[in-house]
Design a protein around this ligand. Structure first.
Ligand code: HEC
Length: 202
């Protein structure tokens, strides 16, 4: 799926259908438990205790406590002067703490992006746009053992659980081609840019 298509449908074409999200939540959990047990057994057999990211992930309930990295404003593809959507990017606190310590995102770092419709407000001292209803929620988990170096999960509005997208998915292709720091769009996140410089990044 191209970025334009992703923008047009707000990511809704990918991931879990909200209608059957409630049903999917139990089956993936069972599958994850079974697969997790097998993986864990395999890891121990090779003497490398390592917990692989689960293939199905419940949408994090604590995301409102995650650290905000930045918000981008996207314009309409057909009329580029017209604002269309804000995208709010966050990182899980444990990964942010490690970035503060050594300037890298750890394996397993979790990132969230939430697409919001816009609400124009010209009633105050200055005309502005505020974030309105959520259009899409996306999760990315870094995983150096995965062919894409990360796993992507897409949650249309109402979805509480999502399967990892297949390797080579369109999310991974774009992030690999255009991401700047470990496949993320860190150059759009001011704190990461300045903290990265403190750790020797250009
Ligand atoms: C055509 C390019 C493109 C595609 C396809 C794409 N992304 Fe991204 N992604 C971006 C850009 C650019 C950003 C920076 C924030 C923004 O404006 O969306 C980003 C940021 C993110 C972030 C915040 C962390 C980071 O890596 O910077 C997450 C999480 C994310 N995307 C998930 C997804 C998921 C899930 C999909 C697939 C359903 C996806 N992305 C598809 C371009 C893309």
């Amino acid at each position: 799926m191209s970025r334009r298509e992703l923008v047009r449908n707000g990511g809704r074409g990918i991931g879990v259908d909200p209608k059957d999200a409630a049903m999917k939540i139990t089956a993936p959990l069972l599958a994850v438990t079974t697969v997790g047990a097998l993986l864990c057994g395999a890891c121990l057999a090779f003497g490398q205790p390592r917990v692989a990211p689960p293939t199905a992930v419940i949408r994090p309930a604590d995301v409102s406590r995650w650290v905000t990295l930045g918000t981008t404003l996207h314009m309409r593809a057909d009329t580029p002067q017209t604002p269309d959507e804000m995208r709010h990017v966050q990182i899980a606190p444990d990964a942010y703490d490690q970035f503060l310590r050594d300037g890298t995102f750890p394996d397993g770092a979790r990132f969230a992006v939430t697409f919001h419709a816009l609400k124009a407000d010209g009633s105050g001292a200055a005309a502005l746009y505020a974030e309105d209803a959520e259009r899409f929620f996306g999760l990315e988990i870094l995983d150096t053992h995965h062919p894409d170096g990360r796993r992507f999960y897409a949650y249309p509005p109402g979805a509480v659980s999502a399967q990892a997208l297949a390797p080579g998915n369109s999310c991974a292709v774009c992030h690999k081609a255009h991401g700047t720091r470990q496949g993320t769009f860190a150059h759009y996140y001011p704190t990461i840019v300045s903290l990265g410089r403190e750790h020797g990044a250009p």
